[in-house]
Design a protein around this ligand. Structure first.
Ligand code: CTP
Length: 211
């Protein structure tokens, strides 16, 4: 199977030296890419800027902004059996990007932001590939994850609680709840992102066989 995996944060420029971003380390996405390769799949990794080495056989497409990531995913999607959106895509970007460095002044400064394009939300509905999302939540984890699964028409969503310091963002471990379209739920208790990724790839590979 051909896996298209996105990983890491996007960066949305404010001026030539500054950007808006988030704390995503990219580890979950890289672990999924590695697990898919281990399981014998072909992997394309669309990666935001992270400090990680991609697993060698993966085709890597480096991106910076949410627009870059959107374009890369749309370009690759025709050659994909499974899209796994692990990336922490910025939800907003500055309306204008200053060409020159913004100079410090003593008054307050407001930045006007506009929503970025939702990559999962803009996928074709009559698609032949599986679409998998991640939901990073601080509260009401399952409720919000189920809403994203439905709103974004996903086949499966992997939810994690980012209010906990010991798992999730910037951590080597994770603990997730996987929600399926038919209402099924599967929990994976705290373990390394590598183990979570292996389990996830196994689940997805079996789903594809049933499609
Ligand atoms: N996602 C996406 N495009 C965006 C934002 C998010 O494809 N512009 C994807 C993420 O990669 C993830 C899923 O949507 O797989 C859920 O992302 P998340 O940030 O948890 O949800 P949002 O839809 O951004 O909602 P909110 O930030 O309000 O929780």
């Amino acid at each position: 199977m051909r896996f298209l995996v996105t990983a890491g944060p996007t960066q949305e420029p404010i001026d030539p030296v500054r950007y808006l971003s988030n704390r995503s380390s990219g580890r979950m996405g890289y672990a999924v890419a590695e697990a898919a390769i281990e399981a014998g799949h072909a992997v394309t990794l669309v990666s935001g800027r992270v400090n990680l080495t991609p697993p060698p056989p993966a085709t890597v497409i480096p991106v910076t902004t949410s627009d870059d990531m959107h374009a890369a995913v749309m370009e690759q999607i025709a050659n994909t059996d499974v899209l796994i959106m692990c990336a922490a895509v910025a939800d907003y970007r500055p309306v204008t990007v200053s060409k020159q460095k913004i100079k410090k002044k003593s008054e307050r400064l407001s930045l006007e932001l506009m929503p970025t394009r939702d990559i999962l939300g803009s996928l074709p509905r009559d698609r032949k590939f599986l679409a998998v999302g991640f939901a990073a939540e601080t509260n009401d984890v399952e409720k919000y994850a189920r809403k994203k699964l439905q709103d974004k028409h996903l086949d499966l969503i992997v939810a994690n609680d980012i209010s906990r310091a010991d798992i999730g963002m910037e951590s080597a471990d994770n603990e997730v709840t996987i929600l399926f379209r038919d209402g099924q739920i599967k929990k994976i208790s705290r373990t390394s992102k590598k183990n979570i990724a292996r389990e996830l790839v196994k689940i997805i590979s079996n789903m594809k066989k049933n499609v």
